[in-house]
Write a new protein. Structure first.
Length: 140
């Protein structure tokens, strides 16, 4: 995907968690990583009507903590929207990748937002690193 800057191309490899988990309190402590990274909020994972509603990137706290914050309403902009979607909401996360830095994670998250155009992401909030002219993300 073209970034709009001059530079070389970059291809990242990612692997999603083996399954998605219900977006509920019990699942955060049991399944969400206690590390920074990339996560998504989705409806109906694995189904034809599946939809990515939000791509999240956390660099300064864990995915587990970010999900708790969303659940508790600490991010009112998306929390209000999350409560309006179908009652069955799931989270998933990038389990493995070849990212070597926070800048790499930004590139991957930017690509996912640009590719899926999630309803709850505000365009331009997650930015690429500015290092590459083209970014590609492949799932293993």
């Amino acid at each position: 995907m073209k970034t709009g800057v001059e530079g070389s191309q970059k291809k990242y490899l990612i692997r999603w968690a083996p399954k998605c988990y219900r977006f509920k309190e019990e699942a955060f402590g049991n399944h969400a990583p206690q590390a920074p990274g990339i996560y998504v909020l989705v409806t109906h994972p694995g189904e034809p009507q599946a939809s990515t509603l939000y791509v999240g990137l956390t660099l300064d706290t864990s995915i587990q903590e970010k999900l708790w914050q969303h659940w508790q309403g600490d991010h009112p902009g998306i929390t209000a929207e999350i409560q309006r979607v179908p009652p069955v909401l799931y989270f998933c996360f990038v389990w493995q990748s070849d990212a070597q830095s926070d800048q790499d994670l930004c590139d991957i998250a930017w690509f996912l937002v640009e590719q899926d155009k999630p309803l709850l992401n505000i365009q331009g909030v997650i930015k690429h690193s500015g290092r590459y002219s083209d970014i590609e993300v492949k799932e293993e």
